[in-house]
Design a protein around this ligand. Sequence first.
Ligand code: ARG
Length: 271
Amino acid sequence: MDATRQRFLMCRPTYFAVDYAINPWMDPTAPVDAGLAIRQWEQLRQTYLDLGHEVELVDPVAGLPDMVFAANGGTVIDGKAMAVQFRDPQRADEAPAYRAWFEAAGFEMYDPKHVNEGEGDVLLVGDHLLAGTGFRTAHASHAQLQEVFGYPVITMQLVDPRFYHLDTALTVLDERTVAYLPEAFSPGSQAVLRRLFPDAIHATMADAEVLGLNAVSDGRHVVLPAQATDLAAKLRDRGYETIGIDLSELRKAGGGPKCCTLRLRQGKAIK
Ligand code: ARG
């Protein structure tokens, strides 16, 4: 299995907190160790650097505690960046901050016409885009994604509020392979997933409940929450190398490794 060198965008959780609840993981009355959140995030970043990946950083903005979840900052494919529009007003001001970063970095910019929470709900698998809807990203935005990027977009209907973004229910492992929690999808979407990915790994509810599917793969190494032990064992059986990371503090906001990581795709894969 070949690892592809990745270019990621991340945002340090300098202002991380759980001040509001916009998903079932968030409890503003529960304590959060902000220092630990930063150390855990630093470990994720260091893991990527040790794997040989490139990590770009966008400046965190005070008053935007969820900005650490860079996956929601945009969708970046073939040098084009589509900015985002959040469902919830608490996150709205993150959109221009990420947009400014993409523009300064030289990406060709597209603006969203509907609610679209970026790579949280939009995942490229080979030549297809899987696009989630049901909680955050609006179904109407799927048509725009197809127009902008020119990849066939396949709608995935999410049905469990705990798995509110596609990247909490499905992991892209390589150009052909995914892992997912079947119960997180409508019956029709499950049938589509079986048709497209007959060899997919099916995760258990226990894995999903520790956000185990919120993982980042380079085609060979899979960085996933340390608590997702069943999923890690299944991945190793298939020949992947797994790297467990403890992001316990960020999980209190409903996020894991993938949420913290936006893939920046240039015209060609950087080998
Ligand atoms: N608290 C954030 C929210 O609810 C978490 C976002 C997690 N990001 C992700 N890509 N799943 O919006």
